[in-house]
Design a protein around this ligand. Sequence first.
Ligand SMILES: NC(=O)C1=CN([C@@H]2O[C@H](COP(=O)(O)OP(=O)(O)OC[C@H]3O[C@@H](n4cnc5c(N)ncnc54)[C@H](O)[C@@H]3O)[C@@H](O)[C@H]2O)[C@H](O)CC1
Ligand SMILES: [K+]
Length: 490
Amino acid sequence: MDIGNRLYRAEQVQALDRQAIEGHGIAGYELMQRAGRAAFRALRARWPETGALTVCCGGGNNGGDGYVIARLALEAGMAVQLIALKDPGELAGDAATAAADWRNAGGSLADPEQPLSGEVIVDALLGTGLDRAPAGAYARLIERINASGKKVLAVDVPSGLDADTGMPLKPAVRADVTTTFIGNKRGLYTGQAGHWCGQRLYFDLATPAAIHADIDADARLLAVADLRGWLPPRRPDTHKGDLGHVLVIGGDAGMAGAPVLAGQAALRTGSGLVSLATRAEHVGLAPSVQPELMAHGVETLDALDALIERADALALGPGLGQGEWSRSLWQRALIGDQPRVVDADALNLLAADDGPIACPGAVLTPHPGEAARLLEVSAAKVQSDRFAAARALAERFSAVVVLKGHGTLIAEPGGAVAVCPYGNPAMASAGMGDALTGIIASLLGQGCKPFDAACCGVLAHALAGDAAASGRRQIVAGDLIDRLADILPA
Ligand SMILES: NC(=O)C1=CN([C@@H]2O[C@H](COP(=O)(O)OP(=O)(O)OC[C@H]3O[C@@H](n4cnc5c(N)ncnc54)[C@H](O)[C@@H]3O)[C@@H](O)[C@H]2O)[C@H](O)CC1
Ligand SMILES: [K+]
């Protein structure tokens, strides 16, 4: 796995720093200079015409990185307005060295009350040392940076953003680019992080891979290259019977289309056969929009049992509703031998049930609101630490959990967590969840293990959404489903 796809908490990154310094003899100031060089190069690459910088330096090593950047800019002939929130003479360690080198290169402090004059602002106020909400001069400068309308490069972490959770301890710097070093931070990839980080660039600073040997990543970033490894190989003699039969259960009054979208997505993901168990009055819809789908009106549990019997995987929940009919199907289909996806109203029924029901072999796919109901907390609490929420759900229901939203998380009982860095706001519309349910159910039916099916499904869904959106403001689930074939390698 690419080192940059290993995601860490801030305290783990500090341990990596120590490993590099104490375990491999790379001086801290050498690392700081490499960080400053990497950030400066990224800045020049992104904004090559820039001739003037404003560099905002805090009182620790994040500020130290800023002094390195300021010195490099001076040496490149750029104008540099450096605003220091701590007297450089009071800095310690590597930051003091960086400030001295900046001073020797001709650097001088700007009046902090002057307007921010640079074309690009470098945020080197706070990094992994953030331990409280910015206040006083830090808060005021962060607000000035955000109000400036200038382009912003954040050093290591946007100041004020919690590197573990992706939540801003307001105020936080809103950056166009965030350059992060040595250990990629898990909080840069989920929740609100995309809003505060902008483009995320990771640099290993040429530290030896060995520094990662003794520190287990807290999570991993999904990568496009992972897709092929999860997809069952196709042999020349493969036939539809080899590719699984998915049964989609849902489609109560007013929601006839949800199971159809899930079924279409399952077909596009490679299922051999897809059936729908839905309201009798909805049976005609599926074949009329997708003749490859088989649809059955299920008004008795015997009829459902016969269909479940023939299925290799279930997609339980799209448009299921929460009435008597819904609940009877849900009770029959929630637990069983086949792997299953439990989504939408099937999750709400699960949350309404007294006491958690273990769902071994299942993949639960809540959005933050459904997750909140399942954990009996507020949605804000879920979003305040998505990693903790996803892990708690996986343990509570003994199931793989997909916590949807920006930076979707996939957690399995026992702790492994994957993060999806793809997807876009044009996907915020009804039906996207039904499509994801169908994709994951299809992969389960093709023999993928639940965690792999969830990771592969989330990744394919997000990549198809990016391909379908490509700059548009809004797409519908059908647009995404149509792009799955382009995303999934033969
Ligand atoms: N360690 C290395 O070899 C490298 C580190 N790099 C950079 O260093 C920072 C981490 O530096 P650190 O001094 O630990 O913390 P910060 O600079 O983020 O914070 C400094 C200091 O500020 C105090 N503080 C915390 N929260 C607040 C707040 N809200 N307001 C004011 N002050 C606050 C607290 O005492 C902190 O200790 C890392 O991010 C990298 O940028 C190099 O990049 C690589 C080598
Ligand atoms: K910063």
